[in-house]
Ligand binder design. Structure first.
Ligand SMILES: Cc1cc2nc3c(=O)[nH]c(=O)nc-3n(C[C@H](O)[C@H](O)[C@H](O)COP(=O)(O)OP(=O)(O)OC[C@H]3O[C@@H](n4cnc5c(N)ncnc54)[C@H](O)[C@@H]3O)c2cc1C
Length: 439
């Protein structure tokens, strides 16, 4: 079969946040960059679907500030408006209580007894001084058992850890993740983005295109081409070969593995096969109005469930309408039951937002979507156990995404995209140096 051949300095595979950011950094530095996205539209898990003005993110999304996501968006000049949740509530034994997030709400809490309040107050005053990295090999459960004695405090901290880590199995997940995320959240707000996360995707796409990157959606890359331990480009599913000096796989781990030697390249398989993703079940509902405006954000103390009517704080629904996102954190070691999970999320809505069924416009259920490509576990030593961007044995082939490097959720996704772009530019500088010296 005849194949057409084109050339570009860098090929980026994947048009989610990581791929778009990496393409922008490189195009701005003067590289010719071509990004291929297999789906018809860009954004990956950060995409938002608009149904008559009701905005469905791919499950619940908040921008956690103070990390690489905020830095990279700022670096690349991506602007967005947002709102921040004012108060979180706790659901316990069918009753709703304010989350004791401040000293005054802790002291006035009807949920906790005096001894619980003293322990929690003391714990929070110590938390900012904890060196989270030193807890990398400890599970959240082990940390809770040695640091939180009162049963209700432990339940509260465990429930918060499940929400923060997107994982219901706290024996698995590294305490480093929970503690570092808790520390960040005490100083930096979470933002609900107006227009959904599509606002960030559109901003990144526009910036990438303005910088000169070529973006091809609806184009699936089928293989990485390499020879003599050096990347040479990619092959598309229509058999077009695109030659490139560097290739970035900004996909999920499984998709990345499939692209090298049809999934049989052992050094990559050894990295990818042991990874444990964090999956969640999401039930999102568009409503004509919000039935119970008093409790827009609710964390369930008794089950790993969370609910946020984000449209109270940001532009996600038409005037008067509401968008509520709910999710259940799953246990990666157990088979989930989508029907049961959906039912439990409906029950959460029934308890917190009674009457939601009567004003329902549209619903979306995602039974087990991957919220994090690689969960940092205690066994693999927290963030230090995450894969690095280089693919062993193939020069100039790189990995980027939420499973590479340190940080959680979109932080490693955008952080690794920036790191890989800088690495590629550094390698090129080194290659060019001898020429400069000769000249
Ligand atoms: C339910 C849920 C809740 C979340 N909540 C938050 C949150 O509150 N805060 C936060 O910061 N993050 C959150 N995240 C995580 C965030 O969405 C991701 O970290 C981020 O979107 C990942 O971007 P990415 O570019 O690394 O990967 P992806 O978005 O997965 O993009 C990879 C892209 O590669 C494409 N691709 C794969 N194979 C090929 C191929 N062969 N050829 C061409 N293209 C290919 C895919 O189609 C996809 O578009 C959440 C995620 C989920 C699912």
């Amino acid at each position: 079969m005849e194949t057409s051949v084109t050339h570009t300095d860098v090929v980026v595979v994947g048009g989610g946040l990581a791929g778009l950011a990496a393409a922008t950094y490189l195009a701005r530095a003067g590289k010719s960059v071509t990004l291929f996205e297999k789906a018809a539209s860009l954004g990956g898990r950060a995409a938002t679907s608009n149904h008559d003005g009701y905005l469905f993110n791919r499950g619940i999304h908040g921008l956690y500030t103070g990390g690489a996501t905020e830095e990279v968006l700022q670096d690349l000049g991506i602007t967005y408006t947002y709102g921040s949740p004012k108060e979180t509530f706790l659901l316990h034994d069918g009753q709703i209580y304010p989350f004791p997030a401040s000293t005054s709400s802790l002291l006035s809490s009807h949920l906790l007894k005096f001894g619980d309040k003293m322990e929690l107050g003391f714990l929070f005053s110590r938390i900012s001084r904890v060196k989270a990295e030193s807890l990398a090999h400890l599970s959240v459960q082990q940390w809770l058992e040695s640091n939180v004695k009162h049963p209700l405090d432990r339940q509260l901290m465990a429930s918060t850890a499940q929400v923060f880590t997107y994982c219901s199995n706290l024996d698995l997940v590294s305490a480093e993740v929970f503690l570092s995320k808790l520390q960040l959240s005490l100083k930096h707000p979470v933002l609900y983005i107006d227009g959904g996360w599509q606002t960030l995707v559109d901003g990144l796409r526009q910036t990438a295109v303005e910088a000169g990157a070529r973006i091809r959606s609806g184009s699936r890359v089928s293989a990485v081409c390499y020879q003599d331990a050096q990347v040479e480009g990619v092959q598309l599913s229509d058999e077009t070969v695109v030659a490139a000096s560097s290739v970035i796989l900004a996909t999920g781990p499984d998709d990345a593995a499939k692209l090298v030697d049809g999934g049989t390249y052992a050094p990559l398989r050894e990295i990818i096969d042991p990874l444990i993703p964090a999956r969640v079940a999401c039930l999102d509902v568009a409503l004509r109005r919000l039935p119970e405006p008093r409790y827009p954000v609710v964390q369930d103390l008794d089950q790993p469930r969370f609910l946020s009517a984000q449209s109270v704080y940001s532009r996600l629904a038409p005037e008067g309408g509401a968008m509520i996102y709910t999710f259940k954190m799953l246990d990666p070691t157990q088979q989930s039951s989508p029907r049961q999970d959906e039912h439990e999320l409906e029950e959460l809505l029934d308890t917190v937002q009674p009457g939601w069924r009567e004003v329902l416009v549209r619903r979306s259920f995602l039974p087990h979507i991957e919220a994090i490509g690689m969960l940092p576990t205690a066994l693999t030593g927290g963030y230090a156990g995450r894969p690095k961007p280089e693919v062993p044995g193939i020069a100039n082939l790189y990995l980027a995404g939420d499973w590479i490097g340190a940080g959680f959720l979109s932080d490693p996704s955008l952080g690794s995209a920036r790191q890989v772009a800088l690495q590629i530019l550094e390698v090129e500088k080194q290659v060019r140096k001898p020429e400069t010296m000769l000249g």
